[in-house]
Write a protein that binds this ligand. Sequence first.
Ligand code: NDP
Length: 334
Amino acid sequence: LRKLVVVTGASSGLGRECARSLVNSGKYFVIMAVRDVDKGKAVAKKFNFPENSYTVMKLELASLQSVRDFVANLKAFKSARPLTHLVCNAAVYLPKDPKPSWSDDGYEMSMAVNHLGHFLLVNLLLDDMKKAKGARCVIVGSITGNTNTVGGGLVYPKADLGKLKGMESGGKQPIAMMDGKNYDGAKAYKDSKVMNMMTVSELHRRYHKSTGITFSSMYPGCIAETQLFREKRQWFRKIFPLFMKYVTGGYVGEQEAGERLAQVVDDPICSKSGVYWSWNGGAQTVGRYDASGKPKGAGGSGGEIFENQQSDAVQDRDMAMRMFDLSFDLAGIS
Ligand code: NDP
């Protein structure tokens, strides 16, 4: 029997390629959790996913009710079979928006989609997943949420949750930023990715022993061509992949990135909980690609997977605990 895996945002970029890799492995039945069901179906068709290897289900992360509806539909669909794997991948990045946009529940959009919707989803599925043997929950992190790296620490604005004043005040419209300061779309994304990574650490500390579930985050490398950068200008979208390839060496193609995410789902090495996985040959390495853009070296693709260090911000236990507890309130979990 195939293992059951939910992948959020499986209709594009990293999520799509991860779903493809898991389907192709023949070991997984992939539940594509997407905001646009027709788009999800078109992806499955385009890549010839076999009928018995996937289904597409509606999940709008900008609505806490939609998350609850998704979980109810999922439970009905799979009946008593526990979910073995959950991949929280979907995200929005809104660096150009001068004003915040709001989720159905009145939260700033990147915080709502990237963090809060996933926070609720994970919490609603824990009881079910703990029944499965070898269950894993992966939340995609980012270097931009990691303040001890060039991408995360030196490129402004920095992720900074401050004293969580915005969250403490309920985090709802007109409060856009979790530190309570003025709206900054690029920072809101980075803050949400730090929250993703803190969530994984806190899930591990609170629930790994009692549930047996493996909790991981990962940084796939810079997938400079995905739709994540849709708000950036055309020139940026042309130059950015080249810059990442030849200057920083942090570039990774969509398919390879998807395989990395699938590795965290499937590889026995990744059964260790509480780890932030990365690949060397990633952001810090120079010259992995030749002039035609082909990866250099034997086998071509991919660095070695390793356990990366979390930034000080992510390692701040008091902050993570507080953020986690406040997220319960904001997500309406009693
Ligand atoms: P994409 O924009 O290609 O994919 C994002 C996915 O999220 C899409 O499938 C999108 O749906 C979905 N999504 C967006 N909003 C919602 C919503 N409200 N409800 C449900 N689903 C939603 O970006 P990437 O593939 O690049 O990003 C995937 C992950 O990788 C993110 O977590 C991102 O932070 C992370 N990441 C990306 C990096 C990069 O360089 N690209 C680097 C580091 C991390 P739809 O298909 O309908 O648009």
